[in-house]
Design a protein around this ligand. Structure first.
Ligand code: PBG
Length: 326
């Protein structure tokens, strides 16, 4: 038999790197960091081995650890010292993210991105102001338009503290436009917005909700986060954010939604981010702990594939682990 095409010719060790289509670099990665205003020492997060909530006093040290691995950007999440109905600690000048941001920006070279949301700050755990009837009528939870003003205020307070980029994650309709207007009005025209543009209502967020203490007290997030069944709707969501001025478009979670990552890459001429979420991290750890999977190899392969699908940047809890290997 005569075979002309033998793809195996290009798989020998010397040539593989030459024909490799995708390369992952530490500078593609963003490491999430949890800062906890209620902690006075580092608290390990059980469901996310290797991650911890750090007190404000440790925020700079924590970010330096990240930087030492070659990862240059962090995404800050805050656990406030107290919660209320409106989530007012989210935009407080001395709030946990604001305080940590000020210190990190002053003392490190990290690129600081802040999560703009209300769920960690409200006592009910939803990502916005509640409808009066929310508890009795689970079809209605958050008041969309009234929440916009608060999101804008949060984003401006983060920018005032020195945040380099803000990342709204509440899936409030109109959030990107409202935040852009707020930032521009306050003189922060050059602070970009990375929008959680297609964020799905996903069971893969479980470990994060423990980590950031942001699980809804009742009901769920299905009225504002997207139905996992919908990829065409994701394009509509993303388009709205582009029209409102989003600079970077995020798809979240990553691995179960790589088709969406690919679609966004093809359809929009903007950087695409993918969030390799807490559940994606936890499940590899759980399997590795049992000896069923090789942690490092599966982590690297996962991130490489997220990039191959079309992501330019990846938010991942594996950032520090894989960066030194790249
Ligand atoms: C807050 C927020 C969540 C995540 C990031 N920002 C939780 C949620 O929407 O329930 C999840 C991140 C992860 O699972 O790693 N809105």
């Amino acid at each position: 038999m005569e075979l002309r095409d033998r793809p195996r010719r290009l798989r020998s060790d010397g040539v593989r790197p030459l024909v490799s289509e995708t390369r992952l670099a530490p500078t593609d990665l963003i490491a999430p960091v949890f800062v906890d205003a209620t902690a006075d020492e580092r608290v390990p997060i059980d469901s996310m081995p290797g991650h911890e909530r750090v007190p404000i006093d440790e925020a700079v040290a924590r970010v330096e650890e990240v930087r030492e691995t070659g990862v240059e950007a962090v995404m800050l999440f805050g656990i406030p010292r107290s919660k209320d109905e409106r989530g007012s600690r989210a935009w407080a000048e001395d709030g946990v993210v604001q305080e940590a941001t000020r210190r990190i920006v002053a003392e490190t070279d990290a690129y600081v991105i802040t999560d703009v949301c209300l769920c960690e700050y409200t006592d009910h755990g939803h990502c916005g102001l509640l409808e009066e009837s929310a508890e009795s009528d689970p079809r209605l939870t958050v008041r969309n338009d009234e929440t916009l003003e608060l999101l804008s205020e949060i984003a401006v307070s983060h920018a005032e503290a020195g945040a380099h980029m803000v990342a709204p994650s509440s899936m409030t309709d109109g959030m990107v436009g409202a935040i852009r207007e707020g930032l521009d009005g306050a003189g922060f025209e050059s602070v970009p917005i990375m929008s959680y543009a297609a964020k799905f209502e996903s069971a893969f967020y479980g470990p994060f909700r423990d980590a950031a203490d942001g699980a809804p007290a009742f009901g769920d997030r299905r009225h504002y986060q997207m139905d996992p069944a919908n990829a065409r709707e994701a394009m509509r969501e993303v388009r709205l954010d582009v029209e409102q001025g989003a600079d970077v478009l995020m798809v979240k979670p990553a691995l179960p939604y790589l088709d969406v990552v690919r679609d966004v890459r093809r359809e929009f001429d903007r950087p695409v981010a993918a969030y390799n979420v807490s559940g994606e991290y936890a499940m590899l750890h759980a399997a590795a702990e049992r000896g069923w999977l090789d942690l490092e190899e599966t982590a690297l392969e996962s991130l490489l594939c997220v990039k191959r699908a079309g992501a330019d940047l990846i938010l991942t809890y594996f950032a520090e682990d894989v960066a030194p290997r790249l």
